[in-house]
Design a protein around this ligand. Structure first.
Ligand SMILES: [Zn+2]
Length: 361
């Protein structure tokens, strides 16, 4: 029953996102594919979608004995912010872009607030590898633009691209890891070259996710067209990086195909795909992968955005404040990969397949 309600909620949200996308595309201009709307959920809907939060733990080398979960306030059924970035440029051309300074400031804030980046793949699989008392955050980048990754003559990222900034912040904050997921289209990272850029990401521990071959509207493509776009997007990644595992998909414009399950698994032209998680464009914190409300076919993301401005109520500054002050319960790790710890009085319900032994306290 609960799942059915959530499904309906998701459908309503995707329609709203669709509506908002129409507006947003007009505003965004035609230079680069832009994802749609940050908009679209009412506070109540967000409340519903975030109320489930199972947690699970990390697969990391932890001290032999993690602290008691109550000592670190572990809650592995609570919400995880999945942040969405587009271009990191000095002169933003839409609400989807951030300046390098704003991007760096957001990463610094996350590090200060004891967030540890995990990939989208590890989030959706429940294999997040973070210490007790810290919080997972998923950093995602759409559209594979040069502002995200540009390799210099030495073969390393230049300082002012997103990866360069992320690595520098990680160097300054040893607990804050340089991990992220890049949702790429065909012909990604043109300044560096698709093959060179993707190979670098893979070799350096970043996840390469699928954003379809042509940044297609998967509802407008029909189910077969959507399968083709997803399969060909995956092929273009694996052609250049045969060792990669493609298990995460960001929906162009946040638009789900019909049925939504087409984005999770299928095949076209002899290529089969299977995604652990499919990511939307809006508009609030995501449930823990161990919460009953977790829906792998439509995982919400939060647009990186300042506290004021267009649709700021769907942006990262707003939601990180809500997570910091407890208005929204935040996933806090117990440091034990084999247990899912949470306070007995938490409102979220564990899902069907918890990744570890449930440990309410
Ligand atoms: Zn996009």
């Amino acid at each position: 029953m609960r799942r059915r309600l959530l499904r309906n909620g998701t459908t309503a949200v995707s329609l709203l996102v669709l509506a908002a996308v129409t507006v947003s595309c007009e505003e965004a201009g035609k230079d680069a594919p832009q994802d749609g709307a940050g908009a679209a959920k009412s506070a109540d809907e967000l409340q519903g979608s975030r109320s489930a939060t199972p947690g699970h733990q990390s697969r990391s080398p932890q001290p032999a004995k993690p602290p008691a979960p109550e000592k670190v306030g572990a809650n592995e059924l609570a919400a995880v912010p999945v942040l969405m970035y587009h271009q990191i440029v000095e002169k933003p051309s839409s609400v989807y872009d951030r300046t390098p300074e704003a991007f760096r400031a957001e990463l610094e804030r996350l590090a200060r607030e004891k967030y540890v980046p995990v990939t989208a793949g590890d989030y959706a699989a429940g294999t997040m590898d973070i210490p007790a008392g810290t919080h997972p955050v998923v950093l995602t980048f759409d559209d594979s633009t040069d502002s995200q990754l540009r390799l210099g003559a030495d073969g390393e990222p230049v300082d002012d691209c997103a990866v360069g900034i992320l690595r520098e912040v990680a160097r300054e904050h040893p607990d804050f890891k340089a991990r992220a997921t890049f949702f790429v289209n065909g012909g990604a990272f043109s300044a560096t070259g698709h093959k060179t850029a993707l190979a670098w990401l893979h070799e350096n521990g970043f996840e390469i996710g699928n954003h379809t071959r042509d940044h297609a509207d998967l509802a407008g493509s029909g189910a077969d067209g959507a399968r083709r776009q997803i399969a060909e997007g995956q092929e273009s990644i694996l052609r250049d990086v045969p060792g990669a595992e493609v298990a995460s998909l960001a929906l162009p414009f946040g638009i789900q195909p019909a049925p939504a399950s087409v984005a999770l698994s299928g095949s076209a032209g002899g290529t089969a795909y299977e995604n652990r998680g499919v990511y939307l464009v809006g508009a609030g914190p995501a449930p823990s992968p161990y919460a009953a409300s977790f829906d792998p076919a439509g995982i919400p993301r939060i647009r990186s955005a300042p506290l004021k401005g267009q649709d700021a109520q769907y942006g990262s500054a707003h939601w990180l404040d809500q997570l910091a002050d407890g208005a929204v319960a935040r996933y806090t790790s117990d440091g034990d990969p084999d247990r899912v710890s949470y306070p007995k009085d938490t409102s979220a319900k564990p899902g069907k397949q918890p990744g570890g032994k449930l440990r309410p306290y």
